[in-house]
Every structure is written in structure tokens, then in C-alpha cells.
Design a protein around this ligand. Structure first.
Ligand code: GDP
Ligand code: MN
Length: 397
């Protein structure tokens, strides 16, 4: 589950990580009230207005702007809320902005270059350990830094049996070139950031930039946070943070039906039982020269109701020109699945206007094939995996 910047900062704050203070607002009026409250609490006169969408690079797209008085707060918030924000990380259509974070301005005027760093905590899947990745090149796209100046990116791996040790946090501060108060502040920041990542069951905390203020405080100016969905049951207070407006609507609907569905760009819809088989099916479609339109694991019960739900989800994508159903019948017998496909197809009236290729392997596969072949519907059966993929290519050609 991805979070908004303001939610990520709330979590950071709850673990004692210093953050740029801010208040979320749904409209220009609320933004002004938020700015007044921040001025009362922090003494700041200037505010930054930041679009809250699940995408980075907002600054570049005009979604982060400085307001020097309340009138500007109102104007800028009014502009940003409701806008379609296009950034290097959104699709070409962009993302609609529903709310903004009104934050205290923490950059000091007059400094040539603010001291910004990059820091993230994530899982290194190669070593199976958490790691802190950090760089002196903050505020920039980390992919660009990795490409152009890879020697400016450092990592610190964490041994899971002992956790992050203080000497490691000191090494981070040292490599970032800090000394004195800023060095101590950075050490505390790193320790607290790692605790936040660990205790919230996150799979990513990316803080870009981390800022060193004029009085040597270290704080998080941005926060990109992903919480592991499988651990959400341990964090009831995070569940409400889900903002489904930011998610793919078809994926949300599929999720509610208990279907494991991921929308992709191709034109071959896939309906498969089992995640591994679904991956293999997508590979095969690609090898045969096609492009999968989705990943879809219908799970263990491929009965008529389930197949129908899956059909409806797949058909919401206008790009789909053919559907490949690839089912391995182990405990669920193939003939039952085949009957499910035929029943679902008939139930849907004339909603299905594209060819369907069904490959059923396993228990009672022969009876299943007969059922499909004698159904009189525009459904083709296949026995071999390759045969199925070739049939898909043939109907698309
Ligand atoms: P992103 O573009 O989506 O990564 O959004 P960020 O939260 O990182 O903000 C983008 C940029 O806005 C930062 O790199 C800063 O340069 C700038 N920015 C953020 N907060 C402030 C602030 O308090 N004052 C000023 N002047 N600039 C800020
Ligand atoms: Mn950022």
C-alpha cells in the first residue's frame, strides 16, 4: 500500500523522526486556515503548497510551490487542487490532485545551495537484508545519480539479528560529510528512520530530500512510503490511510472480489489459476509475439461465478483482443472448470465479442476438452501450452 507524503510524515513523526511540519487541506479555504495555524505554531511566514498524489517528481510538474503570504497560499492551493498533475512518474494523462499539504518553509533564503541529501530504507532482495541507501546528491532523481555519479551513492546493510547499530548510523553521517551538531542530528535521524521502517512493516521509506537546516537540524522534507500489504493486519491504524482514488479502479474492484489482478498494457487477457502459472502464461504469450493485458490469478475455485467475474474484469480493458484461459486442474477437476467457462460465457449474453482460447490440463482434461469443443461457442480448446499461445497469435493476426 502506497501512502501520501503527509501520511508518511505522520508515521515518521510518530517514531521521532524530525519532519517539515505541515497540515493537509482539501480546498483553498482550508489551506489558508492551515497556513495560519502553522504560523502560530512555528512562526513561519512562508509556506510550501504540495500536491498530494501517489507520484514523485511533483516539483518538476508544478505541484510544489512556495507561497509568501496568505493570499498566495489561497491562490496556489486553488490552482493545484483540481489540477491534472503530470510528472515524470505519472502517465501522460497525469493525476488529478484532490488535496494539498501546506507545509512550513524550511529553506533559508540567501544560501547558495541548500544542503539536501537522499536517503531510503528498503529491502535488498539479493542479500535478503534491509539496507539504507543514501547520497549527498539530494533533491535529484536518484536514478540519474546512479547513472551519472554512482560513486556518490552509499549503502549500509543491516544484520537482521542485531538491527541497525549506532556505528553504522555514524558512518552514514560521516559519509555525508557532516560534523558537529549536524553529525549528531543525522545519527539520531538515521536511527529513528530505521526504527520507523522496521516497526511499521514498510517495504520502502524514501526521503528525498533530507534537509540540513541553517541551524544544523536534520529533517525529512519529503516522504515516499510503501507498507507491506501482508502486514497491514498488524497496523489497524494504517488501514484507513489507503486512498483508493490513487489506485487503478479495475484493480480495486478485482481486489474486492478476491481476484489477484494487475492491469498491464498488452492485448491478450489472461485468466489463470495460481500465481506461478500466471507468470509462466504471460512469458509464453510474450514469446509467441503477443503482449499480456493483465496478470490474473483466479485462485483455487474456478467455478462459473468466479470465471464470470474474471471475464467482466478482463473485458473492462478495451485493449483486450483475445482471452487465454490457462487452468491446471488438480483438486478442481478440469471438467468443472470447463463447465464454469461455458456457463459463464452463456450467462454473459453477448458481452463477449472476442475469441477465447482455453487450455485445461490435469484431472479429467479430456472430458473438459470435449465440453469446450461441443459448446458451440467461440471458444477454442488447446492441450499443450505452446499450442494455446500459437492459437492466440493466430486469432490476433
Ligand atoms: P517531489 O518533487 O515530488 O519529489 O516533491 P518534494 O517534496 O521533494 O519537493 C520538491 C522540491 O521542492 C524539493 O526538492 C525542494 O527543492 C522544494 N521544497 C520542498 N520544501 C520546500 C520548502 O520548505 N521551501 C522551499 N523553498 N522549497 C521547498
Ligand atoms: Mn522528493
Amino acid at each position: 500500500m502506497n501512502l501520501h507524503e503527509y501520511q508518511g510524515k505522520e508515521i515518521l513523526n510518530s517514531f521521532g523522526v524530525r519532519i517539515q511540519r505541515g497540515i493537509v487541506a482539501q480546498n483553498a479555504h482550508e489551506a489558508v486556515a492551515a497556513a495560519k495555524q502553522l504560523t502560530a505554531e512555528t512562526g513561519t511566514g512562508w509556506h510550501v503548497i504540495k500536491a498530494q498524489v501517489h507520484a514523485g517528481g511533483r516539483g518538476k510538474g508544478g505541484g510544489v510551490k512556495l507561497a509568501k503570504n496568505l493570499q498566495e497560499v489561497e491562490e496556489i492551493a486553488g490552482q493545484i487542487i483540481g489540477m491534472n498533475l503530470i510528472t515524470p512518474q505519472t502517465s501522460a494523462e497525469g493525476k488529478k490532485v484532490h488535496q494539498v499539504l501546506v507545509a512550513e518553509d524550511v529553506y533559508y533564503p540567501g544560501a547558495n545551495e541548500p544542503d539536501e541529501y537522499y536517503m531510503s530504507v528498503l529491502l535488498n532482495r539479493t542479500t535478503g537484508r534491509n539496507m539504507i541507501m543514501y547520497s549527498t546528491e539530494g533533491g535529484m532523481d536518484i536514478e540519474t545519480v546512479a547513472e551519472e555519479t554512482p560513486h556518490l551513492i552509499f549503502t549500509e546493510e543491516i544484520d537482521p539479528s542485531v538491527g541497525l547499530l549506532p556505528f553504522q548510523a555514524r558512518r552514514v553521517a560521516f559519509n555525508l560529510g557532516l560534523s558537529g551538531v549536524a553529525f549528531k542530528e543525522m545519527t539520531k535521524f538515521v536511527m529513528a528512520l530505521y526504527t520507523a521502517y522496521d516497526k511499521s512493516d514498510a517495504s520502502l521509506f524514501e526521503i528525498n530530500p533530507v534537509l540540513k537546516t541553517s541551524d544544523d537540524k536534520i529533517m525529512a522534507v519529503d516522504a515516499k512510503v510503501t507498507i507491506d500489504d501482508n502486514a497491514l493486519y498488524r497496523h489497524k491504524n494504517y488501514v484507513d490511510m489507503r486512498d483508493i482514488r490513487e489506485e487503478n479502479p479495475v484493480e480495486v474492484e478485482a481486489n474486492e472480489l478476491g481476484l489477484n489482478y494487475v492491469d498491464l498494457d498488452g492485448n491478450v487477457g489472461c485468466m489463470v489459476n495460481g500465481a506461478g502459472l500466471a507468470m509462466a502464461t504471460m512469458d509464453l504469450i510474450k514469446q509467441a509475439g503477443g503482449e499480456p493485458a493483465n496478470f490474473l490469478d483466479v485462485g483455487g475455485t474456478a467455478d462459473a461465478k468466479r470465471v464470470e467475474e474474471a471475464f467482466r474484469i478482463i473485458l473492462k480493458d478495451d485493449n483486450v483482443k483475445a482471452i487465454l484461459i490457462n487452468i491446471f486442474g488438480g483438486i478442481v477437476r478440469c471438467d468443472r472448470v470447463a463447465q464454469g467457462v461455458v456457463d459463464a460465457y452463456k450467462n454473459m449474453g453477448d458481452a463477449i465479442k472476442i475469441p477465447i482460447i482455453v487450455r485445461l490440463q490435469g484431472t479429467n482434461a479430456d472430458i473438459a476438452k470435449e465440453l469446450i469443443d461441443n459448446s458451440g461457442l467461440d471458444v477454442q480448446s488447446a492441450v499443450q501450452f505452446q499450442e494455446a499461445a500459437d492459437k492466440v497469435q493466430a486469432v490476433l493476426a
